[in-house]
Each structure stands twice: as C-alpha cells, then as structure tokens.
Design a protein around this ligand. Structure first.
Ligand SMILES: [Fe+2]
Length: 220
C-alpha cells in the first residue's frame, strides 16, 4: 500500500521539483563594482539598472514560465507569449550587456590591436571609427526603447549593425556588442542627450569580451 501511495505521488513531486528547478532564473552578479564605470556611467544608474530593472525582468520571466507550466490551455500559453518575450529578452539582453562593459582602467575601451575584431570591423565598415559612428547613429535613431547591436551574421559571415525594439533579443545574428538605449540606462546622467551617452559608452565597452564572442561565432 505504501508502494502504491509513493508511486502515485511521484509524478506530482517530479513535476513540482522540475518546475522549481527549471524556471528559477536568478540575477547574475555584476563582474565589477557599481561605481567602476564612472565617470562614463554613474554608480546610481548601474545600481538601479542592475538591482531594480534587471531583477524585474528575472522576476517576470520566472512568473511567466511558472504560469506557462501550470496550465495546459493553449489560449493561456498564447496569452503568456508577450510576457515571456519581454521578460526573457530583458534577462538575456542585460546578462549580455553587463559583460559587454568593463572599467576604463581595465579592459574598457581597449580594442585588441591587430585582433580578429579590429580586422573584421575594418573589413566590414572601412574603419573602427566609421563603425562606431554608424552604430551610434543607428542606436540613437531607435524610436522609443530598444537595443543597438553589433552582430555577426552566420549567413553572410559579416559583422552588421542591427537594432531591436523594446526587449526583443537579437536572434538573427550572434550578439557581439549590445547597447541598451532604454532611458533607464542613461537618463539620470545624460538626460535627453542620447548622443553624449552613446559617445561615452565606448570608453567602457569590453572589447576583449567582444573579441571572444566573435571568435566563438566564427568557429560555430
Ligand atoms: Fe536596461
């Protein structure tokens, strides 16, 4: 009798444990201190951006995945798609973004001279400066909130600049560098002057990480 009862409970326990394990996304730690990107990105922005905004996407993603798993209704699943996309994209994008950045006294702003990234940027954009101008122009032109990306297109095998709206993640390309152009990323420091934020951020772009992503993208 005990055996029957134990077996009867097993599917429920397995499902509950599996759901808890699979849907508990957590906020990744920042790889540097909140004030480490000063003066280019203020400590207050980094603190709020990481602990409030990114945490909200993590919470929203967990809630959406749990709600999805809790029902077999196709209509409910469809209803949850936008929450999954928004919060899942927010979690993916910000997790990439923190690694995209590094303090200026460390790897920030230092493109590896003669490296694969520099060579490929020159091949695909003419020069590193021309690439930065093109990326800033495209990112600054996003209406509302979104992201500017340097992505590697696995079909054309070229680096390209792409923008995504809201928290849509970059799915057509392998993300190499992403720039968050939501107001929460810059407004406390740069107010409405997006070009100043976009100019400053290159001082803290982690080109070593970008180089690694490009090497990985080409190898795959
Ligand atoms: Fe953000």
């Amino acid at each position: 009798m005990f055996t029957i009862a134990k077996n009867a409970l097993r599917p429920t326990l397995t499902r509950a444990f599996g759901a808890g394990k699979a849907y508990k996304h957590t906020l990744p730690a920042l790889p540097y201190a909140y004030n480490a990107l000063e003066p280019y990105i203020a400590e207050e922005i980094m603190t709020l951006h990481h602990t409030k905004h990114h945490q909200a996407y993590v919470n929203g993603l967990n809630a959406a995945e749990e709600a999805y798993a809790a029902t077999d209704s196709t209509a409910k699943h469809i209803q949850l798609q936008s929450a999954l996309k928004f919060n899942g994209g927010g979690h993916i994008n910000h997790s990439l973004f923190w690694k995209n950045l590094a303090p200026a006294k460390e790897a920030g702003g230092k493109l590896v001279a003669g490296g694969l990234l520099e060579k490929t940027l020159i091949r695909d954009f003419g020069s590193v400066e021309a690439f930065k101008i093109k990326m800033n122009t495209a990112t600054g032109a996003i209406q509302g909130s979104g992201w500017g990306w340097l992505g590697y297109d696995p079909v054309s095998k070229k680096l390209e600049i792409v923008t995504t709206a809201n928290q849509d993640p970059l799915l057509t390309h392998v993300p190499i560098i992403g720039i968050d152009i939501w107001e929460h990323a810059f407004y406390l420091q740069y107010k409405n002057v997006k070009p100043d934020y976009l100019k400053a951020i290159w001082n803290v772009i982690n080109f070593e990480e970008a180089e690694k992503r490009l090497v990985g993208a080409i190898a795959n």
